[in-house]
Structures are given as C-alpha cells and as structure tokens.
Design a protein around this ligand. Structure first.
Ligand SMILES: [Zn+2]
Ligand SMILES: [Zn+2]
Length: 539
C-alpha cells in the first residue's frame, strides 16, 4: 500500500469523524497525519511494519493502531461502520445543494434511502414531501443538485488542497491532474483529472470507488462528476489514448482560452495538439487569456537556488536553524535566509537586537558545519505604524537579508499603508517586501496599498517584492507579479516556511511566478549568492 493510498484512507476517516461529530482535535490529527504521510519520502507501510511510525511527529498511539490495521488488512473497520452511520453520500449531496448535512441525513432516514441513486428515485417519485419539514424550496434544491449538479465548489480551494485532491485522484487512476490547479490559480473552482482509457467504464468505476469520492452525481460515457464528502465536485474525463492530449488541453485552459483555440484536433499528447493547431506550445500556467505566440522561457523550480524567507524555533517556526538549513541544502539550494519575526508581531515570539546577535552566533556555527552552503542572517522585520522598522538601523545593517512586513494595521487607508510600505522599500537595509497585500485567501481581502507606487519605488531602489508560497497567501498574486516585473521589479520566490515541510511550498511560489510570466532572470532567488547579496536593480 503506497503513501498516497494510506493518506487517502486517513483523510476519509477524518471526514467521517467530522460528520459523526467527533472532536475537532481528532479530526485535525488525522488530517495532519494524512498530509504528513503523503509528503513522506519513504514508504510509510515499511515504517509501520518496523514499528517505527511513531517516530514521525504527530503520530500517536491511536493513529499508529489505525495505520497498522490499514497496512495489515488493507482496510479500516471503523470506516465501514461510520459509512453506514453517517451516510457520506447524502451528506455530499447536501453540501453540493447548499443544505445542512444533518437535515439531509434526517431526510434519508425518513425516506429509507442511503445512496444518491435511491435519493434520485425518491425525488422522481415525488416522495420528498412525505418527509416532515421538507417544503417546496428544499425539494427544489435537492432536485436541482441531482439534475444539474454544480461543477464548482462553493468556495475556491487553496492550491495545496486542490493539488492534494486532484493530484491524489490522478495518481490513483494513473491519469493527469488538470483544471484550475494545473494553471496554479490561487483558488481553484474547476477540479479535473484526465485519464486515457480504452475501457472508460472500467476507468470511471475505479474513480467512483475511490475513498475521496463518496458519490457520483453525473455519469456519461467518458465523463463523470464525483463529489467528496465536503461537497467538492471533481470531474473525470476518460478519452481514448489517441485523444488524451486533446482532452487535457480542454480540461486545463480557462474557457476563454479554449474557446479562442476553436476546434481541437485529436492528439495523444498536448504537444501534438499544439503542433496540429499550428501554434507554439503554451505552458499550462499561461492558458488564461487567448494567446497564440511563442511564450517566454518561464522560471522553473530547478532554477531556484535558495529560499529567502523561512522561520525557526527562534520565533514561531517548528524546526531549528540547523534543521531548516539541512533541509534547504537537501533540496539542492545554495543558501537559505533565516527571517524570524521581530517583537512587534506580539501574537508569536519575536526577536530583539540581543536575540538576533545570539541567533547570529548559532547561524555562524551552522555555516561552519554546512559550508559551502550558506545560511543568511536575516529578519522578517515589522514595518511599524509610522513606517520605521522594528529593529535599530545598526542591527539591520549587520544582517545579510532583510524582509520587511506589514502585519498590524492591514485595514488602514491606502495613504497610510502606502506611506509605511514606501518607507520600508526605501530603507537601505530592506531587500524584499513580504506578502505585500497582506491578504489571507477566503478570509481577509487584500489591503489598500498603492502597488503602482510601490513598484516604482522598488524599481528605483532595487528592493524586491515577494510572491509568498503559503497556500492561503500567494501574495503577490500572479497577475500582480506580472505587473511588478513589467515595472522593472525583481521577484523573490519564497515559502515563509515555518517547518521543514513548509519548504515544499516553493512549488506554489514558482507556479505563481510562472503564471505571472516570470523568466528565471526576473526571479532574484534564481541568482547566485553574490548577486543576491549585492543590490541589483530589476531589468
Ligand atoms: Zn509575515
Ligand atoms: Zn514570515
């Protein structure tokens, strides 16, 4: 049993616990264990067999017992029990229809139905109104959800969640992940997997049997729409192998982009389809607006030489300087900048001048140990209300790399936020501005800072702007990265990692830069260390 499969089963259990009203704590513990196992480089099944799985952070006795059962028997008895108890199919349809899951489960009980097909029959027979408390409005919603299911989740999925879902399903089916995540949209509305199949029935049956997919709400000859227990719809397309490229192009591009291509020729690969169309291949990240020219050579993950914004246990990170540095080195990087918080953030521990000097000694020791790899002494320094920085200038001047961040006062007027940000951009020690818009996807809108003014000042001073790889930030967004680069600003692709695992979000930051049309030259963190340390202007 591979890690993806184990992770999917744990996720399923977590979702069922959630539905059964288990404590939020245990739901989270299982979700985290699933994430951990998905990202594990070694086979988890072997660790379980060797009795070593508890060495992993966050895996306790009860999760270990479930893992052993899963590895030894291939299933979880509790999943089967919970499935009959909480009826995930009905819950999924409820969420798809925008109804309270509990109400749908009650409805199911009153009508004696447990599956989507049975529910469909009950609706067709007009039996819904037999159930107490079901009025015409609810009936209409259920009917609509079953007849014309929404193909989009109610709220966009962040990149990590979207990739987990489509990536996991693509892996299980031997297909390719497509839809919005393949274009690295910061929130995904269309989730799709394309799998080449001589026998589409078999492929779609395997899709329906996946633990992530609790119900099929639509089923065609070569296409199905499944829904997760959270009510997230996922489309699977199963073309014959000779049309895989065609359907992949169709399932990846925005509708505006696909429409502009006209009729799509049959091709086994995307390259073939583009050749038949007579236009240059376009990387998925750029398939947003109609475009038929040769694209620039976009930055790639392998071009990145270092991560310029990571945290350690000195502030709110989970790993030490040495652990973060070793992990960065094992990713093939040449340098990493330790940028812990300063005192002003308050909600988490921050460093003052003395702390930073002591941290400097630790960094020097790590540098001796890991040379020629370089750990940069850095800071994620708060920009205070008056635009000054949260560390004295002499301390800032000692550092190799300073990120400046607005953390407090995100709701201030455009004027104030812009003044604060510009003061930081113009400070001689500041090298990059972190998460410039301060947005949290699905929670906090972008702040009102005047980015045109910021771009101009950055181009003038050589200060860079970050595209932050935390999945709920992705800030700057791709569209703004493009504007910044056009204005002559260098971009830093950074993860803002608070753990070793967080370093893997570089993929999201680079995906965003690609979506923002960045070449390697546009991204400062693709440059050798000497160039990073000497302030160079954008192009
Ligand atoms: Zn920050
Ligand atoms: Zn940070």
């Amino acid at each position: 049993m591979d890690n993806q499969t184990i992770a999917a089963r744990l996720e399923e259990l977590a979702a069922l616990y959630d539905l059964a009203g288990a404590s939020a704590y245990s739901v989270r513990a299982y979700r985290r264990a699933a994430e951990l196992i998905r990202s594990l480089p070694a086979p988890a099944a072997e660790l379980v067999q060797q009795g070593r799985v508890r060495e992993l952070r966050g895996i306790g006795g009860s999760i270990e017992a479930r893992l052993r059962e899963l590895v030894e028997t291939g299933r979880l008895a509790e999943v089967d029990e919970l499935r009959t108890e909480v009826q995930p199919e009905l819950v999924a349809v409820a969420r798809l229809a925008g109804l309270a899951p509990k109400r749908m489960v009650e409805l199911g009980r009153a009508l004696g139905v447990t599956t989507v097909d049975e529910l469909r029959e009950a609706v067709a027979a007009g039996r819904l109104r037999e159930a107490a408390g079901i009025g015409p409005a609810t009936e209409a919603k259920v009917r609509a959800a079953l007849e014309r299911p929404r193909a989009e989740p109610r709220r966009g999925l962040t990149l990590n969640r979207a990739w987990e879902l489509v990536g996991g399903i693509a892996h299980a089916l031997g297909g390719v992940a497509a839809g919005d995540p393949r274009r690295f949209r910061d929130t995904s509305h269309r989730l799709a997997v394309v799998v080449a199949a001589d026998d589409p029935d078999e492929a779609l049956a395997r899709f329906a049997a996946l633990p992530e997919v609790v119900a099929l709400v639509e089923r065609g000859e070569r296409r199905a729409l499944g829904v997760t227990v959270e009510g997230v719809p996922i489309e699977v397309v199963a073309p014959p192998p000779a049309r895989l490229g065609t359907e992949l192009v169709r399932a990846t591009g925005s509708s505006a982009y696909i429409e502009a291509l006209g009729d799509l020729p049959a091709g086994a690969t995307e390259e073939e389809v583009y050749a038949l169309l007579g236009i240059p291949f376009l990387p998925p990240e750029l398939r947003e607006e109609p475009y038929r020219e040769a694209p620039p050579v976009l930055v790639e993950l392998q071009d990145i030489r270092g991560d310029l914004h990571v945290h350690t246990t000195w502030s709110d990170g989970k790993a030490s300087v040495l652990e973060m540095a070793e992990a960065a080195r094992s990713l093939g990087y040449e340098y990493v900048a330790i940028c812990d918080h300063t005192r002003n953030v308050r909600v988490v521990p921050g460093l003052d001048a003395d702390d930073l000097r002591r941290q400097g000694e630790e960094i020097a020791a790590v540098n001796e140990r890991l040379a020629p790899f370089r750990v940069l002494r850095g800071s994620e320094c708060d920009i205070l209300d008056d635009g000054t920085l949260d560390l004295p200038d002499d301390v800032l001047a000692e550092l190799d790399w300073v990120q400046a961040s607005v953390h407090a006062g995100q709701r201030q007027s455009a004027d104030r936020l812009t003044k604060r940000t510009l003061a930081a951009v113009e400070h001689p020690a500041v090298r990059s501005i972190s998460h410039p818009q301060g947005r949290i996807l699905n929670h906090r809108p972008p702040n009102a800072v005047d980015l045109e003014a910021v771009y101009a000042a950055c181009a003038e001073t050589g200060t860079a702007l970050e595209t932050n790889g935390l999945p709920d930030r992705i800030d700057l967004s791709a569209e703004l990265v493009r504007d910044a680069v056009r204005a002559g600003v260098r971009i830093t692709c950074s993860t803002d990692a608070h753990s070793v695992r967080g370093l893997s979000n570089m993929r999201l930051s680079v995906g965003t830069a690609r979506r923002g049309w960045c070449t390697a030259e546009d991204v400062l963190s693709t440059r050798p260390l000497v160039e990073v340390l000497s302030r160079t202007r954008g192009r």
